[in-house]
Design a protein around this ligand. Structure first.
Ligand code: 5GP
Length: 190
């Protein structure tokens, strides 16, 4: 059986990763499984434990680090985020295509650790920095210092976009998402 594809998806905070991700995950033909990360961040409105993230305490996260349970983990603006290792491997070995939405440093680590050719990576770019700021502010979930940190982080993340297989401009959600869907389909067939 062909090993499942590993899809790595990154982009700066506020670029609209969640909306694009939903569009891609809803594409039935692709049969994607979303890798649910573990985080120490508190849930935002409407986020559900075990669906959006596994929300855990710092102690629990630390325990998972010590037990070697992460494929990668990173600190991002004061919180920890990690990709559970066993799930990703288990699913890919069963031929399932796994979708990771992670930040740049974690993505780079995954790219170097997973060295089979069934990996495809995407970086989602905003049409402008202003568009990013507007989106982060509109969601009203972070205070000013966190907004500023996320914006700075976003700028440094964008400078790493060329490490990805494909840089996708999010000028229009449906168009950008479809571009990604088509590239994933092509990779699945290869
Ligand atoms: P947010 O707090 O906005 O949900 O996520 C902050 C950043 O962490 C986003 O760029 C998101 O893609 C990233 N992220 C989510 N889960 C993981 C993970 O398991 N590992 C890493 N390295 N980054 C993650």
């Amino acid at each position: 059986m062909k090993k499942g594809l590993l899809i790595i998806f990154s982009g700066p905070s506020g670029v609209g990763k969640g909306t694009v991700r939903k569009y891609i995950m809803d594409n039935y033909d692709l049969q994607l499984t979303y890798s649910i990360s573990m985080t120490t961040r508190l849930p935002r409105d409407k986020e559900v434990d075990g669906v959006d993230y596994y929300f855990v305490s710092k102690e629990e996260f630390q325990k998972n680090i010590e037990e070697g349970n992460f494929l990668e983990y990173q600190e991002f603006v004061g919180n920890y985020y990690g990709t559970p290792k066993s799930k990703v491997e288990e699913l890919r070995n069963k031929g399932k295509n796994v979708f990771l939405e992670i930040e740049v440093k974690g993505a780079t680590e995954v790219m170097s650790k997973v060295n089979d050719d069934r990996v495809i990576s995407f970086f989602l770019m905003p049409p402008s920095i202003d568009a990013l700021e507007q989106r982060i502010r509109r969601r009203k979930t972070e205070d000013e210092s966190v907004i500023q940190e996320r914006l700075q982080k976003g700028e440094s993340e964008m400078s790493c976009a060329s490490n990805y297989d494909h840089v996708i401009l999010n000028d229009d959600v449906a168009r950008a998402s479809q571009e990604i869907v088509d590239l994933i389909k092509k990779k699945i067939r290869s």
